[in-house]
Design a protein around this ligand. Structure first.
Ligand SMILES: Cc1cc2nc3c(=O)[nH]c(=O)nc-3n(C[C@H](O)[C@H](O)[C@H](O)COP(=O)(O)O)c2cc1C
Length: 181
């Protein structure tokens, strides 16, 4: 079993990082994490190469991530809520998934992606509600062929209680780990 974890937080020891670490401790599968603020992955520039070819023209770390997406069993999208959305850098990585949609739309080919399970983890501590981030995360998970998506894990009062002090979140992470198997 393989799990891809996309981490959208710029904070190394922040709330999202805590929740990811807690999940990883409970996962029986191997995993690969991609840190949106550290990795060498550019956003999609709509060059339209993928309309004519299978694959993406941009030769960066995303090529390795595409391969992992094809073979892994689970994908977890974990992010702070920024203005009611996933973080900007994570959206940048998400934009590169357009390649899979283009394969279907223009190449008339179903991308060869193993069906998988998906998870969503969100940290928030401000006024913007998380629904937009959940909606976007689900779109990205569907693009990566997630057939089942678990209930999102939220820690949404981090302005008052950091994720590590949020008892409910620990239980939700256990449930997510069990779901992912
Ligand atoms: C630019 C920015 C925008 C934010 N917008 C929201 C928001 O819309 N809703 C919310 O609940 N929290 C918002 N927050 C607060 C973060 O989501 C919160 O502090 C979160 O716990 C940070 O997680 P991290 O430590 O994993 O990065 C925002 C923070 C920043 C820096």
């Amino acid at each position: 079993m393989k799990t891809l974890i996309l981490n959208g937080s710029p904070r190394k020891n922040g709330d999202t990082a805590f929740m990811i670490n807690t999940l990883m401790e409970q996962l029986s599968s191997e995993y690969k994490t991609v840190n949106a603020y550290d990795c060498n992955i550019s956003p999609c520039v709509d060059c339209r190469y993928c309309r004519e070819h299978s694959g993406c023209a941009e030769e960066d770390e995303m090529q390795e991530v595409y391969e992992y997406i094809r073979i892994c069993d689970n994908v977890v999208i974990a992010s702070p809520v920024h203005f009611s959305e996933l973080s900007a850098k994570l959206l940048g990585i998400g934009s590169r998934l357009q390649m899979f949609d283009c394969m279907e739309m223009f190449g008339k080919k179903t991308p060869d992606i193993k069906p998988k399970k998906g998870g969503i983890i969100l940290a928030g501590g401000g006024v913007g509600k998380p629904e937009g981030a959940v909606r976007t995360a689900k779109i990205l998970l569907h693009t990566m062929n997630c057939k089942q998506i678990a209930e999102p894990v939220f820690s949404l009062r981090t302005d008052r209680v950091p994720a590590y002090g949020d008892k409910a979140v620990l239980q939700s992470l256990r449930t997510l780990a069990e779901f992912l198997g």
